[in-house]
Design a protein around this ligand. Sequence first.
Ligand SMILES: [Mg+2]
Length: 176
Amino acid sequence: MNKALFLDRDGTLIYDRNYLSTPDEVELIPGVSEGLSIALQMKCRLFLFTNQSGVGRNYFSMDDVNRIHERMEQLIGLRIPLFDDVCIAVETPDDPQVYRKPSPKFILEMIGKHHLDPTQCYMVGDTQSDILSAVNAGITPIAVMTGKGDDPHIFPEVARHNVRVFPDLRAFTSQL
Ligand SMILES: [Mg+2]
């Protein structure tokens, strides 16, 4: 069965700007296009999985998020739409937690909806919540070091769950 990659957005595909709200501020992390191109050549399924509490806080709207994703896909320059499905968790940390990472709910729903094999699924991200959403869903977590590097909780989780760490997305997909 084809592999499936669940991809965090901020700090994994594009630079992490706090509460990114306009397409003008979208900047790809180097190697992302090439890394995703490799994944597509390998017939990987691609899913975006991003926490956007700025929507829940009314800092920006879902229309803003969609415009940012359109810009990101343009910059990546591969197929459009790029993703088989897009998972956007809009809750704030103070809301009842349903979809927000580290919840596994989006991943589990995508596994069911798209008939994915959990043993062939990876969640790639730069923070503790990415790793834990993968662990909670029973899929393989992958850590990349392209985020802001300010999540002090990621390394204990990396050690606890034997998470493989890569310098960036391209380094991960190159060895799939
Ligand atoms: Mg991130």
